[in-house]
Ligand binder design. Sequence first.
Ligand code: FES
Length: 368
Amino acid sequence: MADYTLRLRRYLPESGAAPYWEDFQVDLEGHRSVLDGILQAKDRTDASIGIRCSCRAAICGSCGVRINGKPNLACHMHLDSAAENAVDGAIVVEPMGNMPVIKDLIVDMDAVHWKKIQRVTPWLLPDGDPPEREYVVPPESMIDVTQTMACIQCGACVSDCLSMEVDPLFIGPAALAKAYRFVGDPRDRQQYERLKDLSEDPHGIYDCTHCFNCIEACPKDVAPMSQIMRLRRIASADHEIEDRNNGHRHEKAFVENIERNGLLHEADLLPDSYGGKFHPRAVPELVDSLPVILKALQRRKVTPKKALLHEHKAPPEVKRIFKHVHDKEERFELNLYVVGEEEHEHAEQAEHAGAAGSHLPEERSPNQ
Ligand code: FES
């Protein structure tokens, strides 16, 4: 047995006191989970410790917490791994972020997470009368949504979402990944309506700032940010939805800016997002954005000289990358989650094929 120190963030609302830290010694093997450690402290030292849990097997999503500053499932993190990043010798456990704390390590999932999930109409909206028996769909057409179906609703991605920290109304990574689960489902017949709604919402798909935190936080490899980018691509490329938040135009301007300059030229980005410096919408938008522009000048992200005299010259390497992308006839959605499975399968098939002296079946893309 080994000794570990767990430093728990305590908050007892009924006491009226501010949150505080409390250390607990636990005596467990290193392969036991942080949740086991918390439950031992609760059993042996202080029964009032608040933690939510159920399956203890990384399935139910109840035990989301922050361990040493990073969101995780307490039942999914071994004590010895957590101890590697201990702070002053203690494994630090605190409640998830971006959600109000009810007690100790328990956050109010209803107030934030579940409310946002409900926002995206998390059920199928097929057309017409339901069939007499089940809906029949080719299995391949469901491959694309399997990644989002792996979500266990633990809220780890919500906890670390930087956009939500700035804009608490942002629909958020978990709910938008859920939205993709239905947008990508061939049985759903409201794809356009769903995408239009999520594009027009000022806190919708264009509110994500690509910080990648949700991808790192997710214990199930759902990669919520990738699902948000897919929603954007389908909304803009397939349905040509021009949202009133200017999200689509901004994204387009961003890509064209890099293609032209090689590196992002900030001074052009804002006017280009509104149709160019001389577009009638550009002037009011520039006036509205004055505080941001002043901040950028202050921090020397933009200088008047660079803004006015910048030479638009992307190096050949960048041009080559863009040409490669433009030359593609079809958009290829790479589902890394499924590709991983396929590679594994193919490795097994290769082994068998090698043994039998036969040929491998043709490579299949995840979206076919
Ligand atoms: Fe179910 Fe941790 S207790 S996921």
